[in-house]
Write a protein that binds this ligand. Structure first.
Ligand code: GAP
Length: 447
């Protein structure tokens, strides 16, 4: 056991370099987690498509988030706003005027770069020619709604899910009469025309966010901030990331977004460096006040007990789904040796693993074994859901295939099963095997 753990620690330490990214991208494609967007047409930069295992992993992450932040709480309301919104929303929020990154263009090869990502802003990193003047590039995707061509038809693909919740604050208050503090929580797509998408799922042009807008009385903001900060760390544990791989960064004055009085970035040790995973921001009453100003609709809150009317302040935990998937995959990717052979496996937490149990008959050409394995598979599938049946190749190959996609347990039906109603279950991380009675499987596997 100790030898396995040491081997794991050493192999993982060794893998913390560039090659881990190549290996993860390649495994993700080979095993049906994530494919390049529009691949057969040469791809579309900054887009990725989730295959069957990727969508299962992603849904597990989203469901854990929804459970912790919505289902398990009394003070949260789920939400799902439209992606397209009235263009005035983005004027009031400040995105039309200021949601931009600094851009420089090479005077010779015409390639464009994000100025704040360059060490030398005067020289093209590709061809060495002189770079032009720095300009601000707005990252919102502009589109038109309806058949009209003029400016009144302009809309944008939302660059964050947050605004859909701010503009519905009054609706939720009118429908549910919630008492402060309370939050709206939403999972959905966001779009940013990033100048330089990079690092696989890390910086993409289409991605998903899980966001909460938590409305508070102004004088209580620090309590809410601290409470949500602790919950964010707890969520990191839910999805199986090591607490030591996630670090808080207090974002200094001048580096924060225009709406924020305090921001903590949660950074993760990706193979390409320590980079932002999540953000926690104190947005004051900036958004509700801005939308009151823009819409001329009073978006304030009346406290029945104190008889006060005021604009609530907001604490916003914001999570990127795709950055989470990348963090989970890169931290789970492991190479070791088992039974004298090299193997690659994903050390995924059971809660996020796309397949929880794989069921095998020992031999494919023995109908009685296949029938028994199918019977167990069908029963487990009803109880557990994410169960897979595999009778291709020899058992060793089946184990390797499941290890590579992070399946925590493999279950084999053999000739003894037909005699004594027991099966072999094998642990992904240690390779250890034990006999378990079929009657105990459900409680054992669902623990
Ligand atoms: N509503 C606040 C907001 O959107 P943000 O820091 O711009 O704040 C929140 O984004 C999170 O969304 C980030 O912490 C990150 O996880 C994710 N995110 C932002 N831009 C992204 C991109 N281009 N690709 C993938 N994820 C991104």
């Amino acid at each position: 056991m100790l030898a396995t753990m040491l081997c794991w620690a050493m192999s993982n330490a060794k893998m913390k370099n560039d090659s881990i990214m190549e290996n993860v991208v390649s495994l993700a494609k080979r095993r049906g987690f994530i494919y390049q967007g529009s691949e057969i047409y040469g791809g579309l930069a900054g887009t990725w498509d989730y295959g069957p295992l990727g969508v299962a992993l992603k849904n597990n992450i989203k469901n854990l988030w929804w459970k912790r932040f919505v289902l398990d709480r009394e003070d949260m309301y789920g939400f799902d706003a439209a992606i397209l919104m009235n263009q005035e929303v983005w004027k009031s929020s400040g995105h039309v005027g200021g949601f931009s990154d600094p851009l420089v263009e090479c005077t010779k090869c015409k390639k464009r770069f994000r100025a704040d990502h360059l060490d030398d802003k005067t020289k093209c990193p590709d061809c060495g020619a002189t770079l032009g003047e720095e300009k601000q590039f707005n990252m919102m995707f502009k589109t038109r709604v309806g058949a009209t061509e003029d400016e009144s038809a302009t809309s944008y693909l939302r660059p964050e899910t947050a605004q859909g919740m701010f503009v519905n604050f009054k609706n939720v208050v009118d429908s549910f009469h919630p008492k402060l503090p309370f939050g709206l929580a939403q999972i959905g797509k966001a779009f940013r025309n990033e100048i330089a998408p990079r690092d696989f799922l890390f910086r993409t042009r289409e991605f998903e966010q899980m966001e909460i807008e938590y409305f508070v009385r102004p004088e209580t903001w620090t309590d809410a901030f601290e409470g949500l900060r602790a919950e964010m760390h707890a969520f990191v544990g839910d999805i199986g990331l090591a607490p030591g791989d996630v670090h808080e960064l207090e974002v200094p004055d001048g580096d924060r977004a225009h709406y924020s009085k305090r921001t903590i970035d949660f950074e993760f040790d990706y193979p390409f460096g320590r980079k932002e995973l999540y953000g926690l921001a104190y947005r004051t009453n900036f958004d509700l006040s801005a939308h009151t100003g823009g819409s001329k609709v009073d978006i304030s809150y009346f406290d029945e007990e104190t008889k006060e009317r005021f604009v609530p302040h907001v604490i916003e935990p914001s999570f990127g789904v795709d950055r989470t998937v990348l963090a989970v995959l890169t931290s789970a990717y492991t190479e070791d040796e088992m039974g004298g052979e090299k193997r690659v496996y994903l050390r995924l937490a059971k809660a996020v693993a796309p397949v929880k149990v794989a069921v095998f008959p020992l031999l494919k050409n023995k109908p009685e074994l296949v029938a028994k394995a199918r019977e167990i598979y069908t029963t487990l599938k009803k109880d557990i859901g994410a169960v897979l049946f595999d009778d291709n190749g020899n058992i060793g190959k089946r184990y390797r295939r499941q290890d590579e996609i992070g399946t925590p347990v493999c279950l084999t039906v053999d000739f003894d099963t037909l005699e004594d109603d027991t099966v072999t279950i094998r642990d992904r991380d240690t390779g250890e095997q034990e006999r378990v009675a079929i009657g105990d499987l459900k409680s054992r596997l669902m623990a």
